[in-house]
Ligand binder design. Structure first.
Ligand code: FE
Length: 207
């Protein structure tokens, strides 16, 4: 009771709504996977973050500030991991959409062609990054300076802390696909890129 009172006295981070229904990505990503991934994993990171920052210098900071202020600090690893994973998952949900895939909007496609040669080359590089990442992590399309790039990060790591602007991401932690695809990460990655990836979101982030 007392600890609840204490937690309620600070401004808590709240779990953002999913941008679609929990079954809207079916059959590529099932409602069951979303139920665990959003309802348990994402919420879990957020709840942990709120507990870890209560009463600390991070209590009233926006999520992005918590991430940049704790990145690379050995004594702040738990706060960084939970803050970054909270941010990463919200960004991932927006990187997907029902009836996604297809081709990017014209301006983004031009940028992609300038950086990768062709859209297919970009998509292939993104798929390869997602497939070859060893262990838990993320594959990203980012803006690095004035060039688009594909990068991978491990565990909770985010491209912002190394000066890159994320445009979209694919979660390749096993919890993202194991209920639907078991060990077949390639099937998950290819289906996401072909049917769900939200190029409009990437275009918005490119600005
Ligand atoms: Fe995840």
């Amino acid at each position: 009771m007392m600890s609840n009172d204490k937690i309620e006295s600070v401004s808590l981070h709240v779990l953002p709504s999913l941008p679609y229904a929990d079954n809207a990505l079916d059959p590529v990503i099932s409602a069951k996977t979303i139920g665990f991934h959003y309802g348990k994993h994402h919420r879990g990171y957020l709840d942990n973050l709120n507990k870890l920052i209560a009463g600390t210098e991070f209590a009233d900071l926006p999520l992005e500030n918590i991430i940049t202020r704790t990145a690379g600090k050995a004594d702040k690893t738990a706060i960084f991991n939970n803050a970054a994973q909270t941010w990463n998952h919200t960004f991932y949900w927006h990187s997907l959409r029902p009836k996604g895939g297809g081709e990017p909007p014209a301006a983004l496609k031009q940028n992609i062609a300038a950086s990768f040669g062709t859209f297919d080359a970009c998509k292939k590089e993104l798929a390869t990054a997602a497939l070859t990442h060893f262990g838990s992590g993320w594959a990203w399309l980012v803006l690095d300076g004035n060039k688009l790039k594909v990068v991978k990060t491990s565990n909770a790591d985010v491209p912002m802390t190394t000066g890159m602007k994320p445009l979209l991401t694919v979660d390749v932690w096993e919890h993202a696909y194991y209920l639907d695809y078991q060990n077949r990460r390639a099937d998950y990655v290819n289906a996401v890129l072909d049917k769900l990836i939200n190029w409009d979101f990437a275009a918005e982030n490119l600005g």
